[in-house]
Design a protein around this ligand. Structure first.
Ligand code: C2E
Ligand code: MG
Ligand code: MG
Ligand code: MG
Length: 274
């Protein structure tokens, strides 16, 4: 009896596995066709500095407007893009779109703040990444300080020496570097010491429980302290209410991003105080 039901479970498992594979295969084909078309677009979420309440940057977040399935969030296709290497052309499209938008704002007489772009480790570790990036940024006539590259600690997993070398060269070339989702994953303070960073982004899982969980608050305080001692700006992600923001301001966090201050939108307002 037990053996039979075990076998059934196995079959169910295998068939749902097959469904998932088919679905992914279909999605992969669709994504292949979507890259380098207007199906891929960017939304921008504002970032505000806490001392003067001014807009200090925008994070570019990719969106996929699928012809039949509607808007697909990045969590549902970035992992697939990474598995299939489609993240490389997709990543270049994202960089190109962000640069084009910056150039357009400048042309319209706006004074845009820095735009942050999420970069997959796979793309950043390409040997010609910096060369290609410079080509695009120069073609749009942009200052490199207008681009912030958001990386995560997974960048350091495979070949930390090469990753450090790329980061150093990027910073030397004038790009800003931010460490995304800090505190989750595989943080090592020892590695942080060698990373040439302009900014650390506190993951929103810590911000969520401000006022509810003293342990999360303690972690936030230690990240802010770390930023101060290493002379790296600290931004908190996922700020959804005023009490979270007050806590962060009171404890010296430099800047914030979250639904309280603005959701990601296609046409962000460029000059706005909180
Ligand atoms: P992330 O870089 O940590 O981006 C922040 C995510 O949190 C965004 O989700 C944003 O919409 C969401 N968020 C912002 N404020 C709040 C808030 O107050 N509350 C809540 N609950 N969520 C908030 P999104 O746009 O779905 O992006 C998810 C992840 O997908 C990003 O996390 C990033 O890891 C990845 N991603 C997005 N765009 C790109 C891209 O162009 N390239 C690559 N490689 N990855 C990307
Ligand atoms: Mg990010
Ligand atoms: Mg993040
Ligand atoms: Mg994230």
């Amino acid at each position: 009896q037990a053996k039979a039901s075990g076998k059934n479970r196995m079959e169910i498992y295998q068939s749902s596995q097959t469904d998932a594979t088919l679905l992914n295969f279909e999605l992969e084909q669709d994504l292949r066709l979507a890259v380098n078309t207007p199906q891929i677009l960017l939304h921008y979420q504002p970032q505000f500095s806490l001392d003067d309440q001014q807009l200090c940057g925008l994070e570019a977040l990719v969106r996929w407007q699928h012809p039949h399935r509607g808007m697909i969030p990045p969590d549902q296709f970035i992992p697939l893009a990474e598995e299939t290497q489609l993240i490389i052309p997709l990543g270049w499209q994202v960089i190109d779109l962000a640069c084009r938008q910056l150039a357009e704002w400048l042309e319209q007489g706006e004074q845009p703040q820095c735009v942050a772009v999420n970069i997959s480790p796979l793309q950043l570790l390409q040997s010609d990444f910096i060369e290609q990036l410079n080509l695009i940024v120069d073609a749009y006539g942009l200052s490199r300080r207008l681009l912030e590259l958001e990386i995560t600690e997974t960048l350091l997993h495979q070949d930390p020496d090469f990753a450090f070398k790329q980061l150093k060269s990027l910073r030397l070339a004038g790009y800003r570097l931010a460490l995304d989702d800090f505190g989750t994953g595989y943080s090592s303070f020892d590695r942080l010491k060698y990373m040439p960073l302009d900014r650390i982004k506190i993951d929103r899982s810590f911000v969520r429980d401000i006022g509810k969980n003293p342990k999360d608050e303690a972690i936030i305080l230690s990240i802010i302290g770390l930023g101060k001692s290493l002379d790296i700006e600290v931004l908190a992600e996922g700020v959804e209410d005023a009490s979270q923001q007050a806590f962060l301001k009171q404890h010296g966090c430099d800047s914030v991003q979250g639904y309280l201050l603005g959701r990601p939108v296609a046409q962000p307002v460029l000059s706005r105080a909180v």
